[in-house]
Each structure stands twice: as structure tokens, then as C-alpha cells.
Write a protein that binds this ligand. Structure first.
Ligand code: HEC
Length: 104
């Protein structure tokens, strides 16, 4: 677990300059199309439905919000590599909001 986290941190550091551009494009506040509660529920089911295909469901409190943002971008690449459908920008945003809401 420690080693994997270290690997992730290295990945994040190398990938950060590339990912910042993508992260900034998906502005959290830009699309409040659903009510807060509906969005939180959708985020929960997306998280539970999409984030334990390849490993156990991660614990929201294990990372800070901006770290989750990077992890989600890396997971998009993992999904692409594995041939699993990637998250849309909206789905990814709902998952992020749900995780951050849970992380206390
Ligand atoms: C296509 C497979 C796949 C899916 C789907 C996937 N992951 Fe991952 N995930 C991985 C792999 C592989 C790793 C191991 C580290 C690496 O190579 O990036 C990983 C590692 C992680 C880690 C690092 C800590 C740990 O438990 O090892 C977190 C956090 C994480 N994933 C979160 C998520 C979240 C959140 C989602 C849903 C949006 C998700 N993953 C969906 C493949 C996946």
C-alpha cells in the first residue's frame, strides 16, 4: 500500500503539468444542472459503480481534494488502457464532488 501510494505520488508529480490544464478546464462551479442532493446521489452511485471495477473502493478521507482530482485524471488513463469506458467530464466531476463531500 505504501509503495503504491509512493508510485502514485511520483506519477502525480510527473503528470502534474499536463494534468493541470485538464483540471482547470473542468471547473466545478460551471455546471450545476442538477440539485445538490440529486448530484450527490449520482456521484455516489457512479463512484460505487465505476471505482471498484479494478480495485477496492478507495476511502475518500485518504487524500485531499486536489489530490483526488489528479487521481481521477490518472484513473481515466487506466480506464482507457484497460478498454473500460472512460468517465465523461460530468461524471468525473460528480464523483469528485461526492468524494470531496465524504472526505470530511
Ligand atoms: C480500469 C481499471 C481502474 C478503474 C476503473 C479505476 N482504477 Fe483506480 N487504480 C487502477 C490501477 C491499475 C491502480 C494502481 C496504481 C496505478 O497504476 O495508477 C489504481 C489505483 C488507485 C488509487 C491509489 C490507491 C490504491 O488504492 O492503490 C486510487 C485512490 C484509485 N485508484 C481511485 C480510483 C477511483 C476514485 C476510481 C473511479 C473513478 C478508480 N480508481 C477506478 C485502476 C483502475
Amino acid at each position: 500500500m505504501r509503495i503504491i501510494l509512493l508510485m502514485i505520488i511520483c506519477l502525480i508529480l510527473t503528470a502534474a503539468p499536463l494534468l493541470v490544464v485538464q483540471a482547470e478546464e473542468s471547473d466545478v462551479s460551471s455546471k450545476p444542472s442538477m440539485s445538490g442532493q440529486a448530484e450527490a446521489d449520482a456521484g455516489k452511485s457512479l463512484f460505487e459503480g465505476r471505482c471498484q471495477t479494478c480495485h477496492q473502493l478507495p476511502e475518500p478521507s485518504m487524500l485531499r481534494p486536489n489530490q483526488w482530482k489528479f487521481i481521477l485524471a490518472i484513473m481515466q488513463q487506466r480506464m482507457q488502457q484497460a478498454g473500460v469506458p472512460q468517465l465523461t467530464e460530468g461524471e468525473s466531476e460528480m464523483i469528485l464532488q461526492y468524494i470531496v463531500g465524504q472526505s470530511g
